[in-house]
Design a protein. Structure first.
Length: 318
């Protein structure tokens, strides 16, 4: 069976063996596929949802070289088309587990497929932990963001909220404080969980207010988010507050369930790699947001994927 993706015809089937299987079809995985093909190996990408991964949830991208401003979904589409144009095969499925038998890696998916590979490149990323309040999903990418570096500049001189009380929330507040007119940090507890050094810096900022003991009940708006429905946990008072943007920083969760018992992880569950993006297991690489790293951006994910695939080609196939 065949189906069309743009002008490219793809088989809706996969082989039993690939030299390289890339798990995750975001920018890191797609970049790895392109560089693998340039090295003479045609890989398989296993992606559970859309080409480009979480780029599809970003309203605009303005820090990727070559594009002054581009919709996240559009650059995701372009990357997917690029990989398919050069022959990358895609399987839209989710990996359930990975096992190792001698030099082969055995990949099992939730749909029941079993695929063998010599090399695996793990590019499954890390999902922002959603708050789970009503309306949050509706306004994701429409005024609700999970990345200050990605989206902060869209809120220049605007009044925004930051949800969370850990290191990430306060660190990102410091970044956003140089952009936004006013920030209100909303936290369920009566004290922050963040390190004292972050707290000291945030409390000194002139454009930051605080709402402690406050729970977010609902995100509201029309086309874009406009306000939050809040509850004071000490008085049970329910009230609303208007914002032009809302940043949710209650943690990230790397997608490693299928491989967490095989490769080494750090204390937060991120995959540990060396300078060539190899894990502790021969033939398994980690790239992009799923690994322990300082900066998680499209441009760094693309670099990771290119480096890992190039190293794999030299090490295993030359």
């Amino acid at each position: 069976m065949f189906f069309d993706v743009g002008n490219v015809k793809l088989k809706n089937e996969v082989k039993e063996y690939y030299d390289i299987v890339i798990i995750g079809g975001g920018p890191a995985g797609i970049s790895a596929a392109i560089y693998a093909i340039q090295g003479g190996i045609t890989p398989l990408i296993i992606e559970k949802s859309l080409d480009g991964g979480q780029m599809n949830l970003t309203q605009l991208v303005e820090n990727y070289p070559g594009f002054l401003s581009i919709e996240g979904a559009k650059i995701a589409e372009k990357m997917g088309e690029h990989a398919k144009h050069f022959g990358t095969e895609f399987l839209y499925d989710e990996v359930k587990e990975v096992n190792i038998l001698n030099d082969e890696k055995i990949i099992k998916t939730f749909s029941g497929k079993e695929i063998k590979a010599k090399v695996i490149i793990v590019a499954t990323g890390a999902n922002p932990r959603p708050l789970g309040a009503e309306g949050e999903k509706k306004f994701a990418g429409k005024g609700v963001s999970y990345c200050a570096t990605c989206d902060g500049h869209f809120f220049k001189d605007k009044e925004i909220a930051v949800l969370g009380g850990g290191n990430t929330a306060l660190e990102e507040t410091l970044y956003l404080s140089k952009i936004a007119k006013k920030i209100t940090i909303i936290h369920r507890r009566d004290v922050f969980r963040a390190d004292k050094s972050y707290q000291d810096k945030v409390f000194k900022l002139n454009n930051v207010d605080f709402l402690f003991d406050t729970q977010v009940l609902e995100f509201k708006g029309t086309n874009l988010v406009e306000k939050l429905i809040l509850k004071n946990l000490k008085t049970d008072e329910i009230f609303e507050k208007s914002f032009e943007g809302i940043f949710v920083f209650i943690g990230l969760k790397p997608v490693v369930n299928f491989i967490k018992n095989i490769v080494n992880l750090d204390e937060n569950g991120y995959v540990l790699t060396d300078k060539n993006f190899m894990t502790n297991i021969d033939g398994i690489y980690g790239v992009g947001d799923v690994i322990h790293k300082e900066l998680r951006q499209i441009v760094t994910a693309v670099s990771d994927g290119a480096s890992a695939a190039s190293h794999a080609i030299r090490k295993y196939f030359n």
